[in-house]
Write a protein of this length. Sequence first.
Length: 142
Amino acid sequence: MSESQDWNSKIIAEFRENEGRVGGPFDGAPMALVHHRGRRTDRQLVSPMMYLADENDPEVMYVFASKAGAPTNPDWYYNLVAAGTAEAEVGTETFAVTVTEVTGADRDRLFAEQARRYPGFAGYEEKTKGIRTIPVLALRRN
């Protein structure tokens, strides 16, 4: 198991043991476990993610493909975009979602709000400056 898989496994276990709450660097942050299928492997995968709830639509949340400021997008981003659907686990509930990419001014506004609430995201954006724009995905509950 890779270091990142081990890290994710611990977060997933803590999430499920505490009805969707995770401590440490994620203490108090809104967290979701996003279930998706590997586009090349066809394996079922689960990725823990911080999210931003839509301020006007309770059926929508936004996730950010920051990969902690790495120069490449995370695999889960490509899996979600390719599939267009997934499942999200929030608290003790799991539900189907439709996935769409947010671009342009809407993307910039949402990312800025996430960075304002969680300054680590501003650091990720600084690390990727001139390399890539961190994608934002909308997950809409079906």
